[in-house]
Design a protein around this ligand. Structure first.
Ligand code: HEM
Length: 472
């Protein structure tokens, strides 16, 4: 095994020092190099700090699976949906989701129109805060992003202040937060034999999982029944129609993985993986541009010159290289999925010159790779220009850049997320200027108290209207 930290049997090395986990990973990287081990609880983790090693590993079939953990199961016997599932369940759902996203989404006028509608509504809501003392970003941002997923999944969308939309967001947040606590039992599975079930359920907040899961299922049962009653197989409207048709087509197939329980988990995955990731990245974009007014102005000049007040379509991306560069630089600097999502070795194998036993959990430390001097000049500097070549074209550098992961599990929603970030960024900065509140400076880095994911800290932001404000 790679060198590293072992700690005690059964409990492993528990990170109880004051240093946050990310700083500890950086220390281990310095000490052991690009690949090292850390045992937490009974689970052996291997962390990768090198882009090529990550790509090599995550392209290989023996590193495709997720660990068989409660955190991915949402109380089902085995993981369903796509984010936490394995084998044919995962394979079929991944293919199905990618096909749906392609057919319903990327570049298709229906979805572009939906993103435009949401971008306009968001700008309207932000305008309400303009030319006033600085305020926190409104809930309208995540409502807009959630609405796009609603549109794709169920052809629905809500008004920004609809209490049902806010309730749905709360259910989703609570369910994910409660589910994350199951990680305690995933790392220390022997707790189950040592402690009474009631105590375990209390530790992992099983009651919250139960009630929020129930609410979520009720919510979607109603939506799915409506779809079933009005489905026209010649004219599928959205992902739910597509899934119902897939179920019908395969109903005689005993090996089919398409069933109602799986459909709910797939929907949950798309909302869970697609909402806060995109909302938080958009928040980072706004915070970075508030802190770098020259970058903001340059982006606005480009957008004004090329689009003259119109909202963009995807074809405009090549005409807005600086805007693309800013979005990519924020994705790099913010490194939202800072240590990626867990993969597991499904058999004893080799990586680099080490043995990786079956069951080892693999993390790729994206934040470290995004600041690796082997790939990035002055990695700690926020510099959108690094993405522009000598001819002024945007260069989508691939080496050393993996905000959406890499390999067979690479993000299913990458295309959708890129489209949202592009259209929303243009819409917001076409109509508004963002700045730190007078007398203070926004800190665009992540909240250090939240491990694993980089989330922006909510900070007041000063918004002023700008001319030309026409968004056609
Ligand atoms: C800026 C926004 C986003 C970021 C940074 C992001 C990042 C990621 C990352 C790092 C992974 C894990 C890759 C791996 O396991 O190696 C992932 C997986 C995934 N993402 Fe995203 N994502 C974003 C937006 C979205 C959106 C909008 C959707 C869908 C609506 C989505 C759906 C998924 C799904 C379903 C998976 C699991 C794929 C699988 O296990 O096969 N993501 N994403």
């Amino acid at each position: 095994l790679p060198p590293g930290r072992w700690g005690l049997p059964l409990v492993g090395y528990v990170p109880l020092t004051r240093k946050n986990i990310e700083d500890q990973l950086m220390d281990l990287h310095k000490k052991h190099g690009d690949i090292y081990t850390w045992r937490m609880g009974t689970q052996v983790f291997v962390f990768l700090h090198d882009y090529r090693l990550t790509r090599e590993a995550f392209m290989r079939p023996e590193f495709v699976d997720r660990p068989d953990w409660l955190v991915f199961k949402f109380k089902e016997e085995k993981s369903l949906g796509v984010l936490g599932s394995n084998g044919s369940q995962w394979h079929n759902n991944r293919r199905f989701s990618l096909r749906q996203l392609r057919d319903l989404g990327m570049g298709k006028s229906k979805l572009v129109a939906a993103v435009h509608t949401q971008a306009r509504q968001l700008v309207q809501e932000l305008r309400k805060q303009a030319d006033q003392p600085a305020k926190h970003l409104p809930i309208a941002l995540s409502a807009a992003i959630m609405n796009i997923i609603w549109n794709m999944v169920a052809s629905r969308q809500f008004e920004m202040d609809d209490p049902r939309a806010i309730e749905f967001k709360n259910i989703l947040d609570q369910l994910i937060e409660a589910e994350d606590r199951s990680l305690i039992v995933d790392l220390l599975p022997w707790l189950r034999t040592l402690l009474p079930e009631k105590l375990i359920n209390w530790i992992i907040k099983m009651d919250v999982i139960d009630t929020t899961r129930h609410k979520f299922l009720l919510y979607f049962k109603e939506v799915v029944e409506e779809h079933r009653a009005t489905l026209d197989p010649n004219n599928p409207r959205d992902l739910i129609d597509g899934y119902l048709m897939e179920m019908e087509e395969r109903k005689e197939d005993l090996d089919s993985t398409f069933n109602e329980a799986d459909m709910y988990m797939l929907i949950l995955d798309l909302f869970a993986a697609g909402t806060s990731t995109t909302t938080d990245t958009m928040t980072f974009i706004m915070q970075y541009l508030a802190v770098y007014p020259k970058v903001q102005r340059k982006l606005q000049d480009e957008v004004d010159r090329v689009l003259r007040g119109h909202l963009p379509t995807l074809e405009d991306r090549s005409r807005l290289p600086y805007t693309e560069a800013v979005i990519h630089e924020v994705l790099r600097k913010s490194s939202l999925a800072s240590v990626g999502v867990q993969h597991v070795a499904t058999k004893d194998t080799f990586l680099a010159e080490y043995v990786i036993p079956k069951g080892t959990v693999i993390h790729s430390v994206a934040v470290s790779i995004h600041h690796d001097k082997r790939y990035w000049e002055e990695p700690h500097v926020f510099k959108p220009e690094r993405w522009i070549d000598h001819q002024g074209h945007f260069t989508a550098t691939k080496e050393g850049f993996l905000p959406f992961g890499v390999g067979k599990r690479q993000c299913v929603g990458e295309g959708l997320a890129r489209m949202e970030l592009f259209i929303f960024t243009v819409a917001v900065f076409q109509s508004l200027n963002l700045a730190s509140p007078p007398g203070s400076t926004i800190n665009p880095t992540h909240d250090p108290n939240i491990p694993i994911f980089h989330m922006p800290t909510s900070q007041p932001i000063h918004i002023t209207s700008r001319e030309p404000v026409e968004v056609a």
